[in-house]
Design a protein around this ligand. Structure first.
Ligand SMILES: Cc1cc2nc3c(=O)[nH]c(=O)nc-3n(C[C@H](O)[C@H](O)[C@H](O)COP(=O)(O)OP(=O)(O)OC[C@H]3O[C@@H](n4cnc5c(N)ncnc54)[C@H](O)[C@@H]3O)c2cc1C
Length: 459
């Protein structure tokens, strides 16, 4: 057993340091069998313990990678044999909820779904929401600046975090647990760490901004025959719902057909022959008034030929069934190997962009399966592309098809998943030299020995 492991064991409680099969027996990615490769998994249960671990690792030039729920989609949490995993799984307490101040103070290892449920119990909501809610942690959400389903109304993780506590590479504890919405006293340091993918510090505690829970929820699935009308409908419904639009999730035909046909268990609430489907949702304060307004707006959109068909959910079960269609991304994995993309672009370029990507794929792989869906209201498209043999070479070719046309329109290779390992060779496509140089400067200043999640985002 290496010296560093012995030292870590000596400062932590029994069972806090895992080695051997306890490491390799744990899935590196939550949805795959392959085990973690690392010297050890270290599981502190308080900020003080975590800071002691980091001090020790800093003194011994030991590299560390923070891990939450291991649901990240860019391999930013993946470790090598020489690294140590710093797991936040024992730091999983909700410390305080202030219903009037509308804040929740939590440890970083709390799963997102627990945060949501705790808020709901008090008639409040934490609006960040994503398919991995049961497994991902709030610390991981902050570290990746996660987006998800309700960004159009409530913003990304960054917009829902008021304060952070972070431990720096050398073990310094930076407590900045601000609870106020307004605080312009100098630099707002939390923003340095949000979205930094564990490369600048380890997030240990957070103050979350809560909102009043919605008292009404209206959900519909609509069919649209042209992409230009998808954009017109977004503007139309957003302006006519007076600020209550909370989701605008577009699914292209191939995606919809796939997730509403056997062996998928979803039923198709609308015929499967439309080019586009949009899940729209409105969260409001009075069900009787809101439902009427929601349905009127949809009726007007139908009358103006923006939509070809509509189905409005009439019960919670129907709401869940419509959301299940949008959340059925896992169904697409049965076409493995698949390549997953998360791009961002101005909505005005979307139609042309999608055609160019398709053209590129069809040229090389006739008969390919290309599933497109996304948070179009946020300019965010996801691609799940089933082609090739899953090799690195195939991946590069598919990337050329997806990223080539994106570069010309100054889009981003990462809308919400981050850069990690997977996209770092494309960082310079969407960030300038000066931006990347400043990122490196920050990394050097906060992690001078280079021990924290090394080689992620950039080398
Ligand atoms: C089914 C599914 C659906 C998803 N949907 C979405 C979506 O809609 N929107 C979206 O944005 N993402 C989505 N994701 C991606 C993923 O869930 C998010 O990136 C999530 O925020 C990662 O959280 P985690 O706890 O699993 O972090 P991990 O995967 O463990 O780690 C991710 C990164 O954060 C760092 N990190 C983790 N915890 C800490 C910490 N306490 N301090 C510092 N760094 C830390 C890690 O080092 C790594 O760089 C989805 C994933 C799946 C599997």
């Amino acid at each position: 057993m290496s010296e560093i492991i012995k030292k870590l064991q000596s400062i932590l409680a029994d069972g806090a340091v895992l080695t051997g099969e306890d490491v390799s027996g744990r899935a590196a990615r939550i949805w795959m069998q392959q085990g973690i490769e690392a010297k050890a998994i270290v599981r502190p249960s308080s900020t003080a313990e975590l800071a002691a671990v980091m001090r020790l690792c800093y003194e011994n030039d030991q590299r560390l990678v923070a891990q939450g729920g291991r649901t990240g989609l860019t391999d930013s949490h993946i470790t090598s044999r020489s690294e140590i995993v710093l797991s936040l799984e024992r730091m999983n307490k909700v410390e305080e909820i202030d219903p009037n101040g509308r804040t929740m103070t939590v440890q970083a290892g709390v799963p997102l779904q627990i945060v949501q449920q705790q808020a709901e119990k008090l008639g409040l909501q934490f609006p960040l929401d994503l398919g991995a809610r049961g497994s991902c942690t709030i610390g991981g959400n902050a570290a990746t600046n996660a987006g998800g389903n309700r960004v159009i109304r409530y913003g990304m993780a960054r917009d829902n975090i008021l304060g952070l506590e972070v431990v720096l590479a050398d073990g310094t504890v930076l407590t900045s647990l601000n609870k106020m919405i307004k605080n312009n006293a100098g630099y707002d340091l939390k923003h340095l760490f949000i979205g930094s993918e564990g490369t600048l510090g380890v997030i240990t505690r957070l103050v979350l901004r809560l909102r009043e829970a919605a008292k009404s929820q209206d959900t519909a699935l609509v069919a649209i025959d042209e992409f230009a009308k998808v954009i017109d409908f977004l503007k139309f419904i957003d302006s006519n719902l007076g600020g209550t639009l909370s989701a605008f999730e577009v699914m292209w035909q191939e995606f919809y057909q796939e997730v509403t046909s056997k062996p998928a268990t979803n039923k198709a609430p609308l015929e499967q022959d439309s080019p586009y489907y949009v899940l729209v949702e409105s969260l409001g304060a009075d069900q009787s008034v809101d439902t009427e307004r929601f349905q009127n707006v949809l009726l007007q959109a139908l009358q103006q030929n923006l939509l070809t068909d509509v189905v409005v959910a009439k019960s919670q079960a129907e709401i869940n069934a419509i959301w299940a269609i949008r959340d059925s991304v896992d169904e697409l994995r049965r076409h493995a190997p698949v390549f997953i993309f998360d791009v961002s672009l101005q909505i005005k370029y979307m139609s042309d962009y999608v055609q160019q990507v398709r053209h590129g794929l069809d040229k090389q792989w006739p008969g390919n399966r290309c599933f497109i869906f996304g948070h179009v209201g946020d300019g965010n498209l996801h691609y799940v592309i089933a082609v090739g043999d899953g090799s690195v070479q195939a991946r590069r070719k598919v990337e050329a098809c997806v990223y080539g046309p994106l570069e010309k329109i100054h889009g981003s290779v990462s809308a919400e998943h981050g850069i990690g390992l997977e996209k770092k060779s494309y960082l310079s496509m969407c960030r300038s030299e000066a931006e990347i140089a400043t990122m490196r400067l920050l990394k050097k200043a906060l992690d001078p020995k280079g021990i924290l999640n090394v080689g992620k985002i950039f080398d």
